[in-house]
Design a binder for this molecule. Structure first.
Ligand code: YOG
Length: 135
């Protein structure tokens, strides 16, 4: 059984978020605002259903899924795209593939050294985020 990702997590680093946003076609104006944000990740699990919230002072993004079950994702408040998404466990990593207009889009979450790690990728861009646990 993989280690639980559940909890409240605050961003401590965010490498190449700019490149990731450019790959998603986010405007310069929005990128300037988004780059300054510290995201909070709230991950909850009820039965086999996960709820992942990404919170910030600018916008929030919440979605839920069941592992191994494809779902329709709409990235409301983000790049406003529809994806067919699938989340699976690959070893200790929770891996999401977001199939849609953008090639090679997805993310993976894992815990390392008591920190929550997130790698976001789109086309040839990789963004690496690290979060520390908060109460
Ligand atoms: O995490 O998808 O935990 O989906 C990625 C934003 C910025 C809005 C943030 C708001 C991509 C403006 C979500 C940031 C750029 C820029 C806080 C990361 C789009 C718009 C919401 C993410 C996964 C895995 C959950």
């Amino acid at each position: 059984m993989p280690v639980s990702l559940c909890g409240n997590w605050d961003m401590v680093s965010n490498v190449n978020f700019e490149g990731y946003m450019i790959a998603l076609g986010i405007s310069l104006y929005t990128r300037k605002i988004a780059l300054k944000l510290k995201h909070r990740k709230v991950i909850e699990q009820v039965g086999d259903q996960y709820v992942v919230k990404t919170l910030s002072t600018f916008r929030n993004y919440t979605f839920s899924f069941r592992v191994n079950e494809e779902f329709e994702e709409f990235t409301k408040g983000l790049d406003l795209r529809h994806c067919k998404s699938l989340v699976t466990w690959e070893g200790n990593k929770l891996v999401c593939i977001q199939e849609g207009e953008k090639k090679n889009r997805g993310w993976s979450h894992w815990i390392e050294d008591d920190k929550l790690h997130l790698e976001l990728h789109c086309e040839d861009q990789v963004c690496k985020q690290v979060f520390k646990r908060v109460i």
